[in-house]
Design a protein around this ligand. Structure first.
Ligand code: KG4
Ligand code: ZN
Length: 335
């Protein structure tokens, strides 16, 4: 059999994305980020669904033409079945199902978070199994024990907000546009990470809680703004650097401890927050000091994309894990 040619579709949140992969090799990777949400300071689910509807056809067309192929050549269609926003997922699922039906090829139902951990197989060097993956995004914060392409387990996760949400919500308090994570990263590079300190809640095991930090940050701003209305403008860089250092310390502590306690010396980061310069640097230097291997994907493979959906779809196809036309999207989907 020829290496399978897959089209992958990702529409779980506010990125409409499509990718084409042949035999595990990425041929094209198109991502269209929906700008509309900036005006509202966060994702508006209904607007995301409508934007996906407008974008899905041109994004898929572009992915197919950049790969030098067309929909008649496909061996399967992979799509994100969940977790994510229901209306947004429905657009990708309906499109994928209709295309697979019309071309008489199988469907591959991909778990968005599992796909984030498999983004590491899009680049060299590929991680060795088992590895521990810290998956940090706008909706999730998880430590995943990855034993094989399709065999993984969550050993720690947030009990409330995700770390990306903490970046975005504190950014909103600093009057930064959505998503604030990349801007905080930028400002932090010129700020003092020790200028402000915050307390944090320790959770049992390898779990996290990020809901307290927003409140602590809000109280700090309220107190300082009362004394000086120009506080935000004067201290934005130091606030960003201190917040970022604090969030990175919170997110890496259980991750490094889990690696130590479980004896895993291959560490990876994934998800949108893995694009953060401070987190990338900290994981790299900690692993170097310990003599461990660190896998840090290029930034475009950290934030939502369809290349990772294709990668997961590829291994599911090889394992014969095919989807069904009768299956609905799953906004909540455990591992
Ligand atoms: O994985 P992703 O693209 O979408 C979800 O599945 O949620 O992650 C988006 C999140 C947002 O919270 C965004 O602020 C954050 O990733 N993010 C960053 C950076 N780039 C994206 N956070 C901190 N520093 C960055 N450079
Ligand atoms: Zn994601």
């Amino acid at each position: 059999m020829n290496p399978p040619l897959l089209l992958a579709i990702e529409t779980s949140c506010d990125e409409t994305a499509a990718a084409v992969m042949e035999g595990g090799q990425l041929l094209s990777n198109v991502v269209s980020s929906q700008a509309i949400h900036r005006e509202y300071g966060g994702i508006v689910p209904e607007l995301a669904s409508r934007a996906h509807q407008d974008l899905i056809v041109p994004v898929v067309d572009q992915a197919l033409s950049q790969a030098g192929t067309n929909s008649h050549e496909l061996d399967a269609v992979a799509y994100t079945r969940g977790p994510g926003l229901l209306g947004a997922l429905m657009v990708g699922a309906s499109f994928a199902k209709a295309l697979a039906l019309s071309r008489d090829v199988p469907l591959l139902e991909v778990h968005h978070m599992r796909a984030h951990t498999l983004s590491h197989f899009l680049e060299e060097p590929r991680p060795q199994f088992p590895f521990l993956c810290l998956t940090v995004s706008g909706g999730h914060t998880q430590i995943v024990w990855v034993r094989d392409y399709l065999d993984m387990e969550v050993i720690g996760e947030t009990q409330d907000d995700a770390v990306g949400e903490a970046f975005d919500k504190c950014g909103k308090l600093m009057e930064l546009p959505y998503p604030a994570g990349p801007l905080i990263d930028q400002y932090a590079q010129e700020g003092n990470p020790q200028a402000f300190s915050f307390s944090s809640t320790a959770m049992p095991g390898y779990n996290y809680s990020f809901s307290g930090i927003k409140t602590a940050f809000l109280y700090l701003l309220q107190k300082e703004l009362k004394k000086d209305p120009g506080f935000l403008e004067k201290h934005r860089k130091d606030l960003c650097a201190s917040l970022q250092a604090h969030l990175i310390a919170m997110v890496t502590e259980p991750f490094f401890r889990a690696a130590e306690e479980q004896g895993i010396e291959h560490l990876a980061i994934a998800g949108g927050v893995a694009a953060n310069s401070g987190l990338r640097q900290k994981v790299k230097s900690h692993c170097q000091a310990k003599g461990w291997a660190a896998y840090i994907p290029e930034r475009g493979f950290c934030t939502d994309n369809a290349a990772m959906i294709a990668m997961a779809g590829h291994y599911q196809f090889l394992a014969g894990e095919l989807g069904q036309q009768t299956h609905s999207p799953l906004p909540r989907w455990g591992f």
